[in-house]
Design a binder for this molecule. Structure first.
Ligand SMILES: NC(=O)c1ccc[n+]([C@@H]2O[C@H](COP(=O)([O-])OP(=O)(O)OC[C@H]3O[C@@H](n4cnc5c(N)ncnc54)[C@H](O)[C@@H]3O)[C@@H](O)[C@H]2O)c1
Ligand SMILES: O=C(O)C[C@H](O)C(=O)O
Ligand SMILES: [Mg+2]
Length: 477
């Protein structure tokens, strides 16, 4: 990436409704006040005008919300100008929620009513009762996934509870639909009890073709997923673990090609051995990494210690062959790859300076990465974050729509390791040798071929491993 300018974040967008007395002031005065405090005017809409006054909506982007406070104070102080209100466009997009349910057929008369509802619906109910597999053809189960969270590990914000988690789960449902044409229902549970969560998900499963667990903190997420996988006959996929692992591995395949290093030879430090950290480490070990060191809140995880969290004891057995101990600052020395799945701001520029030559930094904590790209871009070979407003977005969005699309299309009973590896390879292969560069190691989520490539590879892997319960038409002889 060298010294090339790094594309800064896209900023936050606000719309200011401003009334101006035409005789006393003009638009240039307002535009200057905005620019002076670092705002960019991106749109101007005339709302109302007459000889006396003009009302305009001025849409402004800023990098930091402090700037909008300064802009508003400065506009309020101008003679002949009134700031009528400010709307935050992100909040506007959330008004009343982001998704809704839609009927597939209108119900216009008694005849329609008797078919979609009682009495005729009873025949459909009995057909399913006689053969439960028909739930896949005669109900929304075929195309519907539950996005289930308890709000305990929402992005990198931590335990913000089920109400706070809802905008993320609605967002996931929105993206499932847009990218994979999967109908997804956000379900936020007001309990953190492992057993209760398992029982609730089992109880709602009849209506769903898959369960996407989201933002459930570790170590509870491991047991919840393992038990549900065992006890349900539909795919159960903890997105923060496996979706992240799939996309991370895809990105690393391409980043390592760029720096001409092999996964077998590199030292990888993973910061944050929670849900995502464990799963990402597992996929990298499976892919051949021999020297992977995990770091969590008390420093490097090493098998000479015993941990309260059993997931860390198991992790320690598979990692850190040279028994390196100490803090992140200690073990990052000489590392070729840093993977952050912890919290914002934990990686410092001084740490990166001690890494091996041509280091790769994947700072994937959301919404704030372990290191701000601006702080490290000039000293790394490849830098990626989980965010959509920087290049190289390593985000599970590249995986979950396609992997579930494939799983639903072949009615898979589970999403197994082979299907995950196939998904990772499909994502990595979307970028050709010619296209690959330090700002392009992973395709955009808007790349129209990604979901289809992932879907196909996932179906093929499901058919090969015999977990598909339906052969999609395109695969029938
Ligand atoms: N980019 C992506 O696609 C993606 C996907 C999943 C998770 N994430 C991000 O990864 C982070 C972790 O998510 P998760 O679901 O695994 O949560 P989690 O709660 O299961 O794990 C977080 C881990 O970070 C550890 N941690 C906290 N402070 C630390 C510190 N100072 N040093 C080292 N470790 C520390 C915690 O102890 C915990 O083990 C979040 O920021 C989340 O947004 C990103
Ligand atoms: O939600 C995201 O953007 C990615 C991921 O699932 C996370 O928890 O951070
Ligand atoms: Mg998540």
């Amino acid at each position: 990436m060298g010294n090339k300018p790094f594309n800064a974040g896209s900023g936050k967008s606000f719309t200011l409704r401003v009334e101006m007395l035409n005789e006393e002031t003009n638009f240039v005065v307002i535009a200057s006040a905005i620019c002076e405090h670092g705002g960019d005017v991106v749109a101007i809409d005339m709302i109302q005008t007459n000889v006396e006054k003009t009302i305009r909506d001025i849409t402004v982007t800023v990098q930091d919300t402090v700037q909008i406070d300064r802009i508003s104070t400065s506009i309020k102080a101008l003679a002949g100008v009134q700031l009528l209100h400010i709307s935050d466009r992100t909040f506007l997009m959330h008004l009343g929620g982001k998704i809704e349910m839609k009927a597939k057929h209108p119900v216009q008369n008694r005849d329609d009513l008797s078919r979609v509802y009682t009495p005729d619906v009873a025949r459909v109910c009995m057909a399913i009762h006689d053969d439960p597999r028909k739930a896949f053809t005669l109900t929304m189960k075929r195309n519907t996934v539950a996005v289930v969270s308890d709000g305990t590990a929402v992005l990198g914000l931590g335990d913000i509870g089920p109400y706070g988690a809802m905008p993320v789960m609605e967002g996931k449902a929105m993206l499932f639909k847009q990218f994979g044409d999967v109908d997804a229902v956000p379900i936020c549970l007001d309990t953190q009890d492992t057993e209760q969560i398992i029982q609730i998900v089992k109880s709602i499963a009849p209506g769903f073709g898959g369960i996407n667990l989201e933002d459930i903190s570790s170590p509870r997420c491991f047991e919840i997923e393992a038990r549900l996988k065992e006890e349900l006959d539909i795919p159960v996929f903890h997105d923060d673990q496996h979706g992240t692992a799939v996309v991370l591995y895809a990105g690393l395949i391409n980043a390592l090609k760029l720096v001409k290093k092999r996964i077998e030879d590199v030292k990888i430090v993973v910061n944050g051995i929670g849900a995502a950290g464990v799963a990402c480490s597992n996929i990298l070990l499976k892919a051949g990494c021999k020297n992977l060191i995990g770091v969590d809140i008390d420093g490097a995880i090493v098998r000479t210690n015993t941990y309260e969290q059993d997931s860390w004891n198991q992790f320690a057995q598979r990692t850190n062959p040279n028994l390196e101990s100490g803090s992140l600052a200690d073990v990052i020395k000489g590392a070729d790859v840093f993977i952050g799945l912890s919290r914002g701001g934990l990686l410092k520029r001084e740490h990166v300076l001690t890494m091996a030559e041509r280091p790769i930094v994947f700072a994937m904590a959301n919404p704030n990465p372990e290191i701000a790209p601006e702080e490290a871009v000039d000293i790394v070979a490849v830098l990626a974050t989980g965010r959509s407003d920087y290049p190289n977005q390593i985000n599970n969005l590249l995986c979950f729509p396609g992997i579930f699309r494939g799983a639903l299309d072949c009615r898979a009973s589970t999403i197994n390791e082979e299907m995950k590896l196939a998904a990772a390879e499909a994502i990595a292969a979307t970028i050709t040798d010619k296209e690959r560069n330090s700002s392009y190691i992973i395709p955009s989520v808007f790349n129209p071929t990604v979901v289809e490539n992932v879907r196909k590879r996932v179906i093929e892997a499901a058919l090969e491993t015999k977990v598909a319960r339906r052969v999609p038409r395109e695969y029938r002889d």
